[in-house]
Ligand binder design. Sequence first.
Ligand SMILES: [Zn+2]
Length: 316
Amino acid sequence: MFLNEICKSDRLKSTELLIIRLKETHKLRPNVMEDLRKLLAGFRGEKEMKYYLQFLPEKDCLIIHNLRLYDGKTYFQIDYLILTQRFALILECKNYYGEVHFDSNFNQLIRKVDEKEEGFSDPISQAKRHQRQLQTYFKLHNLPPIPIEFLVIFSNPSTIIKGNPAIKDKVIHSHSFLEKWEQMHLKYKVIVMDRKMLRKVSKNFMKNNTTETVDLLKKYGLQPSDLITGVQCPACEKFAMQRKKRKWFCPHCNSYDTAAHQKAVIDYLLLIKPTITNKEFREFAHITSRETAAKMLVRMKLPSTGENKGRKYHKP
Ligand SMILES: [Zn+2]
């Protein structure tokens, strides 16, 4: 049973917003584009993995996607966690094309495409670290100790996996997952948690599952002035719409919209800073009237603090 929706991570959502707002000629655009491409490939891999997870016994397996927990020192994020009464399984999904070589001497992953090599951090070391952090988390929250397994899964069937044969036990293609699952199921015969405890553990995870605050401007060393301001047209996706007849008008495709500014507010809150004032909103969305801007912000029912001119609207 899936306990949450399979949806894009906060990092991916923010990077998508950034690429829309980052000026066309900015020198860092190719870097952001490359990161976005990787994040999207990763998400596609996770979505494809969902297909195989649907075949797991509905009642016995609780599945959480993008679980981000705090182990007392740092946060760690697991692509998929599968909880059963006998064991827990961490899945690290990778969606790489080409040939990947696990270099166990230096704990790195080398990807080769058309004779060009690129290094990545070793997903086995990453999964082992998450395994230890999850064990620490269980102790920290007084949850019953349970065997924790992990698998590194390559979702692209054409990826060629190379390395020491010993990794075969931990690294698989997604189409071999169900077979691997059967083996694990046979290995763990002892019930460690009753159903009530399993529900308690899963509730604890869902309650402590935290979203990641991603400051992309800081990450790339960008300034707010590097971003395109104004309201984006939802029909043709161009900037910037103008206020006309109490609506938003697009000079590119001549369409009208009443709520297009809402997206601009969200962009501001996710990319620039987690609060926005009436003045900041007017500057960012190109609105002249303070009253109009106030009405728009109030209608969005965002949490707010302060009064009058000092009023700040917060990220929902
Ligand atoms: Zn338009």
